[in-house]
Design a protein around this ligand. Structure first.
Ligand code: GLN
Length: 274
């Protein structure tokens, strides 16, 4: 009996050190929890349950083609999300490893447990909530429309029967497909590629999140934004449905970082108010 208790204690101590970053099912072991939870967790540890945060690291899945939220600068992934994620990790006492993948792979990466969370200027939608939990929101956003400066499209109504470029799997893609029909949508793996196609006259408009849209219009001559937005949205971090412990920790960290002005400071660094 004594031996069994000892092994449970050792196993749970091991789990606690592995799960300092709070991800995965094994982190159910905590000193306040009933011994039942501890022994359950110990069994999992004995069975070799591993999660992405082993070793005090949280794996973040993103698509670093989305300025100013996440993009490459020299050899680094920088941007609002990258910095907020770093601030959250600091609160949780973990390191962050950023995985740069296609936007439409971010949720699968999280649901499969390969990444601990997804942060990619990701809009909260009811459909996505079927597969992941979202944290509290940390930004408001819109889908905007980019057209050529000399375009005859002057408002949202003008998009009907035109060829619209979107980034695959984004809300711009999902909503525009619903509203204008699959046949009118051209999908690109990077928002920038859609913008290039617009510049080359291959498509008539691009629907994309407002902040990247502003960056693309500033970086490419001959383009403009329509005044009216296509949709209003909110961004949040996504976590696997069963990982409520990490979700709670992320929400607590976000609340603190909102309160102490850290998030506003990060946003102000990347988005200059007009
Ligand atoms: N906000 C959009 C979405 O969630 C686009 C995000 C992105 O392209 N990174 O679908």
């Amino acid at each position: 009996m004594r031996k069994k208790i000892m092994s449970v204690i050792i196993a749970s101590a091991m789990i606690m050190s592995l799960s300092a970053c709070g991800s995965g099912s094994s982190s159910a072991a905590s000193t306040e929890k009933a011994s039942e939870a501890v022994s359950e967790a110990a069994e999992e540890a004995a069975a070799g349950t591993e999660n992405a945060s082993a070793g005090g690291k949280l794996v973040m899945a993103t698509n670093a083609e989305f300025p100013p939220y996440e993009y490459h600068e020299n050899d680094e992934i920088v941007g609002i999300d990258a910095e907020i994620a770093a601030a959250i990790a600091k609160e949780l006492g973990c390191e962050i490893e950023i995985e740069d993948i296609a936007f439409d792979s971010v949720i699968p990466e999280v649901t499969s447990g390969k990444a601990d969370f997804g942060m990619a200027g990701m809009t909260v939608t009811d459909e996505r909530k079927q597969s992941v939990n979202f944290s509290d929101t940390y930004a408001v956003a819109k889908q905007s429309v980019i057209v050529k400066e000399d375009s005859d499209i002057t408002d949202i109504d003008g998009l009907k029967d035109r060829v619209i470029g979107v980034q695959t799997g984004t809300t711009g893609d999902l909503y525009a497909t619903d509203d204008y029909g699959d046949g009118n949508i051209e999908r690109y793996s990077k928002g920038m590629e859609a913008v290039q196609a617009l510049s080359q006259g291959k498509i008539d408009a691009v629907i994309i999140d407002n902040e990247p849209a502003k960056v693309y219009v500033a970086e490419n001559t001959g383009l403009k934004l329509l005044d009216s937005a296509y949709t209003e949205e909110e961004y949040a971090i996504c976590v696997a449905l069963d990982n409520t412990e990490l979700l709670d920790k992320i929400n607590a960290a976000l609340a603190k970082l909102k309160d102490d002005g850290t998030i506003d400071g990060i946003v102000a660094k990347y988005i200059k108010s007009e």
